[in-house]
Design a protein around this ligand. Structure first.
Ligand SMILES: [Zn+2]
Ligand SMILES: [Zn+2]
Length: 293
């Protein structure tokens, strides 16, 4: 809830007219409690998961030849019902795990000082905070994910996420509830260390989810704008991790490639990709058809 009740009052506090964005934010948030605004995260998670996966579902169901050549594991196809089963499981996990986590974490969010009022953050402030969140999440996720590949943790927790040797957009958050909690920690760490506005906080979780969906999509399109992000891992990178499965001792990072490079856990992948590109320079890296060991 904003500390001012009217637009006039907020203008006086800020000492200037409100921008269009600030007026919209005022009208939206003035009567909502901070708890409700915080709870939007679970709602966004469900909405963006349901919407952002649609294009990949349609591509998969269409079996379009032109798009099929960008498929990383082209021999595996999914039926509508297989995909729906995955969707149902994930939505259930969101409701029984992420929802309660949002409620329990509310006092922490209040304590770390995520602000909800005016003024709104500038574009620059949002950009650098999001960048910091991505770097912190990537680094912490790398080590936790690597730990999840220890024998006990893999068999009891991480095995669920690896049921998909051929990942699909819908399977990005498909995991054991304990993994959702464990890997939720790196996602919260950035905002906890560098707290910002709740809009940045929302945007962070939305972008991280979109990134995970794209990374698990099973398609590596050459026109993807993420190709221009330095050190970005992308779908072929993570697909390889799923393809190798439980034995995998590489490509652990969630977003970027530099952790695997620094700690030497991408050697096998880089070697295979290099060899594949020599043989087939114009095609998408196809982990299944690649025979050199
Ligand atoms: Zn893994
Ligand atoms: Zn994965």
């Amino acid at each position: 809830m904003l500390p001012y009740e009217t637009l006039e009052e907020s203008k006086n506090v800020l000492g200037r007219d409100l921008t269009l964005g600030e007026t919209l934010w005022f009208n939206y948030s003035v009567k909502k409690s901070e708890f409700v605004l915080h709870g939007h995260n679970t709602l966004f998670l469900c909405i963006f998961y349901s919407i952002a996966t649609i294009p990949f579902i349609l591509i998969e169901l269409s079996g379009h030849k032109k798009l099929n050549k960008y498929k990383i594991q082209p021999s595996v196809t999914r039926s509508f019902w297989e995909m729906f089963k995955c969707y149902k499981n994930v939505m259930w996990t969101f409701i029984v795990t992420v929802g309660p986590l949002q409620i329990i974490s509310y006092p922490t969010i209040k304590w770390i000082g995520i602000r909800t009022g005016l003024p709104l953050p500038s574009g620059w402030e949002m950009f650098w905070q999001l960048l910091v969140y991505f770097v912190i999440e990537d680094y912490t996720n790398y080590w936790l994910h690597r730990l999840l590949h220890c024998k006990w943790a893999f068999e009891n927790i991480h095995r669920v996420h690896h049921e998909y040797k051929t990942p699909l957009g819908l399977s990005a958050p498909y995991a054991h509830w304990a993994e959702i909690l464990i890997l939720g920690f790196p996602a919260f760490l950035g905002p906890a260390l560098v707290p910002g506005h709740i809009l940045t906080y929302w945007l962070w979780f939305i972008l991280r989810q979109l990134e995970a969906i794209e990374t698990h999509s099973g398609y590596d399109f050459p026109w993807n704008p993420t190709k221009y992000i330095p050190f970005y891992g992308g779908s072929a990178y993570h697909d390889y991790h799923h393809y190798v499965g439980g034995r995998s001792q590489g490509n652990f990072a969630s977003v970027f490639t530099y952790c695997d490079y620094i700690y030497g856990t991408d050697k096998g992948y880089r070697y295979k990709k290099r060899m594949y590109e020599k043989i087939s320079p114009t095609n998408t890296f196809n982990v299944q058809n690649y025979k050199v060991d």
